[in-house]
Write a protein that binds this ligand. Structure first.
Ligand SMILES: [Zn+2]
Length: 477
């Protein structure tokens, strides 16, 4: 009997993991996802955990005896490079720039540190979606000694690691570069120190705190020799990634297209340490409706909050599922179409495991779309049209109308009630304001045409109006 071959990408990924296990002889699988706690978790964080979960689901189907876990790793020993916007106590945070995130007070005053607050938010966020994962903190790993063996390996291969890294940076930066970033024992900063010597036998480094960051902080000038173990020292990001793979035994990790170069370098470094790079999977970043890259600074695309306000979470899971290796467009104007693609897929699902539908329904703890009894498709766009046609802001009227003409939804009425609420919010907050500004645009066009006619008339009549009367005319128009 030939084995069943599935075409969906999580199965293809799971198959890679199975081949890896056959090669390494490891009994279980560790998949890692990354989180930078200098800001709150966002749609990208969601996407990475969701996609990794799809792969682990596929692995469970293909190899039910293999134990697999997802480690959600928080880079909370990284320093804070700039004061994030939208957080309270900006002045206080500014004082702590350059320090590890777990050494900075919580701007909200609730938790032990800045990173503890963000880590708590990450866990709440992942728990709210019902993801299965284990949380890991970089600071805890470093301080507990869990990374010590790996740190010793970095020290043992100081030159090889440094050579690999130096080849990827500008020539003028090469001389002063070290894999180690000691935390200044005097001022507590991590980005203000410079390594001046190291002793591989003693596992210590000597440093001076003299790297100023103009406008942000001044280095304190302290010099010392410190152990590299137990959290006194961190390694730089690309070495850090390799260290994590080595110490946690990571078998599988996804990363964005922006980290492709990092992943290549970290793969080389982990081999120098004596480990094996995980199976990597590169996903593409999102574009907005105009094809521009999504950026938190610009606020384009669709934020996680917006998605959950206007659309069901299973439609978001589907969006994360489909073609992760293609740059996909997402924007508020595209949202109805994106949701409908998902609803159409569910309606046409043949019950096969080799489809996105079962992956999504296993993850969406908050309910999900299902095939309708009468095989009639009720789309988000249809609901929006209904709202527009009925000119109704009352979800009950829209629901009753739908139930009358599409009774098939009665089997999953709670889902459609929520879909109506979502569509109503989209109608009120996205569609109506867009229409109003469009109408305002038309008004402006008319006014400009009127002004042009008056000016043409004045020119043709040979009159020479003064500035005041021109201005009065403009206001009248
Ligand atoms: Zn210092």
């Amino acid at each position: 009997m030939s084995p069943v071959t599935y075409k969906e990408w999580p199965f293809v990924e799971a198959q890679r993991i199975i081949s890896r296990l056959a090669r390494t002889g490891k009994p279980g699988v560790v998949a890692e996802t990354g989180y930078g706690p200098s800001g709150l978790p966002h749609i990208g964080t969601f996407g990475e955990v969701a996609r990794t979960s799809f792969v682990i689901q596929a692995l469970a189907a293909l190899a039910p005896d293999v134990k697999a876990s997802i480690v959600a790793f928080s880079d909370d020993m990284d320093g804070l490079r700039e004061v994030p916007k939208n957080l309270p106590n900006a002045e206080m945070l500014k004082e702590h720039l350059g320090k590890p995130l777990t050494s900075i007070p919580d701007p909200f005053g609730e938790e032990e540190s800045f990173a503890h607050y963000m880590n708590k938010k990450l866990r709440e966020f992942l728990d709210s979606f019902g993801f299965t994962y284990q949380f890991a903190s970089a600071t805890e790993k470093y301080r507990s000694g869990a990374f010590d063996e790996g740190l010793r390996k970095v020290m043992e291969h100081y030159d090889e690691v440094s050579d690999l890294f130096r080849a990827t940076i500008a020539e003028e930066k090469r001389a002063g570069w070290s894999p180690f970033f000691p935390i200044c024992e005097n001022c507590g900063r991590i980005y203000s120190t410079r390594v001046t010597g190291y002793d591989p036998k003693a596992c210590t480094i000597t440093y001076t705190c003299d790297v100023d960051s103009p406008g942000k902080y001044a280095a304190c000038g302290h010099s010392a020799t410190t152990t590299i173990l137990g959290g006194a020292c961190k390694v730089g990001w690309k070495v850090d990634w390799a260290l994590r793979w080595y110490c946690l035994g990571v078998d599988y990790e996804m990363h964005g297209e922006d980290l492709l170069e990092s992943s290549r370098l970290s793969s080389r470094i982990v081999k120098v340490l004596g480990g094996e790079p995980p199976e990597l999977f590169k996903y593409e970043l999102f574009l907005d409706e105009n094809g521009k890259k999504i950026s938190k600074k610009i606020g384009n695309g669709v934020s996680l909050e917006q998605w959950l306000r206007y659309a069901p979470v299973d439609s978001l899971l589907h969006f994360m599922y489909i073609k992760p290796q293609q740059a996909k467009r997402m924007g508020l104007p595209l949202l109805p179409e994106i949701i409908d693609q998902y609803l159409e897929l569910v309606e046409s699902w043949d019950g096969s495991e080799d489809s996105p539908v079962p992956f999504i329904s296993r993850l969406s703890s908050k309910g999900h779309a299902g095939r309708l009894a009468d095989q009639k498709l009720v789309t988000y766009s249809l609901i929006l049209q209904l709202i527009l046609a009925l000119n109704q802001d009352d979800p009950r009227i829209v629901r009753d109308y739908l139930l009358k003409y599409q009774p098939g939804i009665s089997g999953n009425v709670a889902y459609y009630e929520q879909l109506i609420e979502d569509a109503l919010a989209y109608y009120r907050e996205v569609l109506l304001p867009a229409r109003k500004s469009e109408e305002a645009g038309h008004e402006m066009d008319k006014a400009l045409e009127a002004m042009r006619d008056i000016l043409v008339g004045l020119r043709d009549s040979g009159a020479a109006p003064d500035a005041d009367s021109l201005q009065t005319m403009a206001f009248q128009v």
